[in-house]
Design a binder for this molecule. Structure first.
Ligand code: PEP
Ligand code: CO
Length: 456
């Protein structure tokens, strides 16, 4: 079948909002389609070549952010703190891995969420589930839960505002390696790992001064660090409105983000999300769970390669494995072997978050007796460690990590250097969706990855 930005409409499509006013939706989509793109094709191509380098072990990918962004969090403080934690983690990773790091944010468009049930029932009243800020509103009323096409436009604008601020901060020197003090978060001084972090900062500062003495000037490459954007590709009507052709380049680019990914719930190789991705030139992330079979995986990779090129372009297919610490040992090796033996060039990333979500019931504190969604730091770390080990055994490369984190001092995941317990969760639990690593846990994870990657 011939691919077009709307050929997905002929395929089974799940997880889509149902808009009651088709004309209003069309008008909004036409408006979005006429607006400038959020990213450019040359940025997308630069990311693709960095992903190819990471797949060869020459770089490491640090990919992180909130489970879902919210419109209310489009503030300077929230955006800056996300950049700060990613910058601090990448400094730690540079120090430990001696590799260049590519930073990808789950931001500037991570507004839509897949849901396991289409509706929610409260006190006998059934309403559509909340699907994220660019689809409907969280309050449990008919008006709030009715999908509103205008929110797609608001989401586009919030993405543009976020990106504009990120680009200005980066261009203005916020990410300059000479000034890591820009990235300090106020509570960091009390963190158990603050001293270890500071000694890495000092050692990188010394190396930088040494190199610059030799070079006889500042190394300008160190003054600019890029961020790429990503979000789960979910509302296909929105994504196709931002899918364009550009001068002097073949094919189509989804210019809503650099790196869209297909979630586990929409990854059927014969369905609409895969059909849409087949024809765009962006790198594509695909979530892989413990139930994915080698056969399905090979067919997914091959179908993603089919329109844009004959073989499979390096850096194009990004496999994000999220099996869970208890299942990865059995689930991942056969998948890795099948892809390796088929000689398909893919980028292997581990998401140690989504296979490790659990429900706990605190026994004391404000949430005693309630069910709370959390993740244990030990499980997250164990999945990362096993991923490194499995790829090492199979002769393949773990190119990076994909995590849900925040630069804030929240209590959503347990464990870590400060030993947060189930009873601590009520103290500062802010996520509306999945539990995120807090600032200290994120930095600790980076330190442990750096040690592991350095072979220590
Ligand atoms: C996510 O990344 O927030 C998500 C929903 O993941 P998955 O599709 O892997 O469950
Ligand atoms: Co999530």
């Amino acid at each position: 079948m011939e691919w077009t930005p709307r050929s997905w409409e002929g395929k089974p499509c799940t997880q889509q909002p149902i808009y009651s006013d088709g004309n209003a939706l069309r008008r909004t989509l036409d408006e979005i389609a006429a607006l400038p793109p959020l990213v450019t094709s040359y940025e997308i191509e630069a990311l693709k070549s960095q992903l190819a380098e990471a797949a060869r072990g020459e770089r490491f990918i640090l990919w992180g952010g909130d489970c879902a962004e919210s419109f209310a969090d489009c503030t300077s403080a929230a955006i800056a703190s996300k950049l700060k934690i990613l910058l601090q983690m990448s400094l730690v990773l540079v120090h430990g891995t001696r590799k260049r790091i590519t930073r990808i944010g789950r931001f500037a468009g991570q507004y839509a969420k897949p849901r396991s049930a289409a509706t929610e029932v409260r006190d006998g009243i059934e309403l559509p589930s909340f699907r994220g800020d660019n689809v409907n509103r969280p309050e449990f009323t008919v008006e709030a839960r009715t999908p509103d096409p205008q929110l797609l436009l608001r989401g586009y604008e919030r993405s543009a505002l976020t990106l504009n601020f990120i680009r200005s901060l980066v261009d203005g020197g916020f990410a300059d390696l000479h000034h890591p003090e820009n990235w300090d978060l106020s509570f960091v001084k009390h963190a158990p790992l603050a001293a270890e972090y500071q000694s890495m900062v000092d050692s990188i500062g010394e190396s930088l001064r040494f190199m610059e003495t030799l070079a006889g000037g500042t190394i300008s490459a160190m003054q600019r660090v890029d961020f790429f954007t990503s979000h789960e590709l979910l509302v296909l009507a929105y994504e196709s409105a931002l899918t364009r052709q550009v001068p002097r380049r073949e094919g189509w680019f989804n210019l809503s983000t650099h790196l869209p990914w297909i979630g586990l719930r929409t990854s059927d190789p014969n369905a609409a999300h895969m059909e849409f991705c087949r024809g765009i030139r962006n790198p594509i992330g695909v979530k892989i769970g413990p139930e994915t079979t080698a056969e399905q995986l090979l067919s997914t990779i091959r179908s993603l390669a089919s329109v844009t090129n004959d073989g499979c372009e390096e850096g194009r297919v990004v496999l994000i494995t999220r099996c869970g610490a208890h299942r990865i040992g059995r689930a991942l090796p056969p998948l890795v072997r099948a892809v390796r033996d088929a000689q398909l060039p893919v980028v292997w990333i581990v998401d140690p978050m989504h296979g490790n979500t659990e429900t706990v019931v605190p026994t004391s504190g404000a949430w005693a007796g309630m069910s709370v969604k959390t993740r244990k730091f030990g499980h997250i770390l164990a999945e990362v460690e096993q991923s490194f080990e499995i790829h090492r055994m199979e002769g393949t490369v773990l190119a990076g990590v994909h995590v849900e984190l925040t630069g804030e001092d929240v209590t959503e995941c347990t464990g870590g250097a400060r030993g947060l317990s189930d009873d601590d969760l009520s103290r500062a639990y802010r996520s509306q969706v999945d539990p995120r690593l807090n600032y200290e846990q994120a930095l600790e994870l980076a330190m442990l990855i750096a040690r592991r990657a350095a072979g220590r």
